[in-house]
Design a protein around this ligand. Structure first.
Ligand SMILES: NC(=O)c1ccc[n+]([C@@H]2O[C@H](COP(=O)([O-])OP(=O)(O)OC[C@H]3O[C@@H](n4cnc5c(N)ncnc54)[C@H](OP(=O)(O)O)[C@@H]3O)[C@@H](O)[C@H]2O)c1
Length: 222
């Protein structure tokens, strides 16, 4: 990324004490109302919210804002083969306020792309590999005027951003639950680093707690 401008990335997640962002069957219900309010507040401060295909398939989120008045932002989904259901809420729910961008690889057929474009979805192609090239994508989004992104998971997409050292800030809520399970998705999945020294470096910039929830903020060491 040297010399290239790219969006500021805030990774936001709620996780259990044991680092899981959903249970083994995909139950994601670990935030309380206060936490949702904080997430929605954060959404008012960015140009786009980004999630991976897995989160769309499991949770079918609207990625909207309650609690605050707001003019909207982009919803961005990374879906290499353009395979999310065309009736997903991220496509159907209030596109006039939250326009949706789906990021895919170069390998998707024009026919499939047209189906989504007919629903007013913007398609961005990034990379020729099996998955969306996130480094290249960051440059494309920046050029499109997207300067600040809230990365809302899930674990596999988080890894791609951590691996390439693209996360500038982390807002983490630790909920007072422990669910265990090797198949329960962790905050960061993927291949993982071999040594601790390979990890991007963060400093703890803020700590708060309420109702047994712990709220942590980290910033990347420049
Ligand atoms: N607690 C929280 O804060 C929170 C937040 C969000 C999600 N979640 C939970 O997380 C779970 C979903 O996480 P997940 O890890 O299964 O899915 P995910 O990270 O949402 O999506 C991963 C998928 O995105 C696609 N993708 C495209 N380009 C990618 C790239 N460069 N790197 C990584 N993925 C890329 C891949 O599918 P293709 O190869 O087909 O493109 C990949 O399988 C759900 O259970 C959800 O409830 C929890």
């Amino acid at each position: 990324m040297k010399g290239n401008k790219h969006p500021y990335i805030i990774l936001s997640a709620a996780m259990t004490i044991d680092g899981k962002i959903a249970s083994k069957i995909g139950d994601p219900d670990l935030s309380d109302e206060e936490d949702w309010k904080a997430v929605h507040k954060l959404r008012t401060e960015v140009d786009a919210i980004m999630v991976g295909k897995g989160t769309i398939l499991k949770d079918n989120p609207k990625l909207h804002i309650n609690y605050y008045n707001h003019n909207g932002y982009y919803r961005i989904v990374l879906d290499s083969n353009l395979s999310i259901p065309i009736n997903s809420r991220v496509i159907k729910y209030r596109p006039e306020v939250y326009p949706t961008i789906i990021c895919i690889t170069e390998n998707v057929s024009m026919e499939k792309i047209k189906d989504f474009q007919l629903k007013n979805i913007t398609i961005i192609k990034s990379g020729r590999g099996s998955r969306v090239d996130v480094v290249k994508l960051m440059q494309i989004l920046y050029q499109k005027g997207i300067k600040k992104i809230l990365l809302e998971g899930g674990g596999n997409l988080n890894w791609s951003f951590i691996k390439d050292n693209l996360v500038d800030e982390i807002r983490l809520t630790i909920a007072p639950w422990i669910v265990g399970g090797k198949d329960a998705i962790s905050l960061v999945e993927g291949e993982g680093f071999t040594k601790m020294i390979e990890s991007p470096r963060y400093i703890l910039s803020d700590v708060n707690h309420r109702n047994n929830y712990l709220i942590l903020k980290y910033k990347k060491v420049k």
